[in-house]
Design a protein around this ligand. Structure first.
Ligand code: CP
Length: 329
């Protein structure tokens, strides 16, 4: 385990981290979770520290778990939206970062769906360049790093010591809404760094960002990760240990074109019992939530014995506590 390597670091992209650093975060998250279960408090870890949370998009889990994390760590979290900050009157993100830097000890930002893919990431990086304190990515168009740390923690808990060799299927799923590809892209990076066995299953034209695939290819050569792409979810589900459903948008179409194009996949790309019938007997169902019930996944599966979605959601809290405690100065 590393001790000081993470202090002061931003948490924007998993591509900025190595295997040992990600494993340190997971180890600490496990320890914090175990200690909490035993009634131990962690309120001396970030006592009197303040986290500013800027949410340009809606959130249930991320906002409440970060706020609870700061309470449990002995600090405080403030909730902001750009609409009620002077950003609304065109104050720059640079000035916003420089000023918040004088008041608080870290900034969480959720921002996606600006005019172009990558615009939100530019703002996150700009803020990081203009603040001494850590900037935390709470979902942009490219990645959802905190979600994926919680997902991996859940896999370790549910799949046991051989988790890296278990077949994880990250499946595109139908939704009426065109969503960020942050989850599959971050999972691809995590899998490649940690040496996992990941199958990305999606219909033609839903390829993830080629920069992410290129990074993953290189990282996999070092870690021994296996990353496959298939275009048939029924085939992908065979012998799976994890089926993770997530809808995302295409880079090859406008939102309107995508909404029309995806209609043909409405029935085939809904995770349902037939997929678990061909998966391993003990296979689990994962979803980052919120789920589009009976579109992305049937009620029978998400409410069934194979579903671990609420344990997965809970692990947001423990992994966020770990990252905050390890990075905030
Ligand atoms: N999974 C997730 O990020 O949930 P919220 O959008 O509710 O924060």
């Amino acid at each position: 385990m590393l001790t000081k390597a993470l202090r002061g670091r931003d948490f924007i992209s998993l591509m900025d981290f190595n295997k040992e650093e990600l494993e340190t975060i997971l180890d600490v998250a496990m320890e914090l979770k175990r200690e909490k279960a035993m009634g131990m408090l962690h309120d001396d870890l970030l006592r009197a520290k303040t986290l500013a949370m800027v949410f340009a998009n809606p959130s249930t889990r991320t906002r409440t778990s970060f706020e609870a994390a700061m309470t449990e760590l002995g600090g405080h979290a403030q909730f902001h939206t750009p609409q009620v900050m002077q950003i609304a009157h065109h104050e720059t993100w640079v000035d916003t970062a420089r000023v918040l830097d004088r008041f608080v000890d870290g900034i969480v930002i959720r921002m996606y769906g600006l005019e172009h893919y990558g615009d939100a990431r530019k703002i996150l990086r700009l803020m990081a360049d203009n603040a001494q304190i850590p900037i935390y990515n709470a979902l942009d168009d490219k990645e959802h790093p905190f979600q994926i740390m919680a997902d991996i923690m859940t896999m370790i808990e549910k799949l046991g010591p051989d988790w890296r060799n278990k077949k994880v299927v990250m499946s595109w799923a139908y939704s009426e809404r065109v969503k960020s590809a942050g989850v599959p892209q971050t999972m691809t990076i995590a899998a490649s760094l940690l040496g996992m066995n990941l199958t990305l299953a999606y219909p033609e034209k839903y390829d993830v960002d080629p920069d992410y695939m290129a990074f993953a290819k290189k990282a996999s050569e070092k870690s021994g990760a296996k990353i496959n792409v298939v275009h048939d979810i029924y085939d992908a589900a065979k012998d799976a240990d994890v089926i993770y459903a997530k809808s995302w948008g295409s880079f090859l179409m406008s939102k309107e074109e995508d909404k029309e194009y995806r209609k043909q996949f409405k029935e085939d790309w809904k995770i349902q019992k037939k997929h678990f019938d061909v998966a391993h007997k003990q296979a689990i169902f994962m979803h980052c939530l919120p789920a589009d019930r009976n579109l992305e996944v049937t009620d029978e599966v998400i409410d069934g014995p194979m579903s671990v979605v609420y344990d997965e959601a809970e692990n947001r809290l423990h992994t966020e506590k770990a990252v905050l405690a390890l990075t905030m100065k």
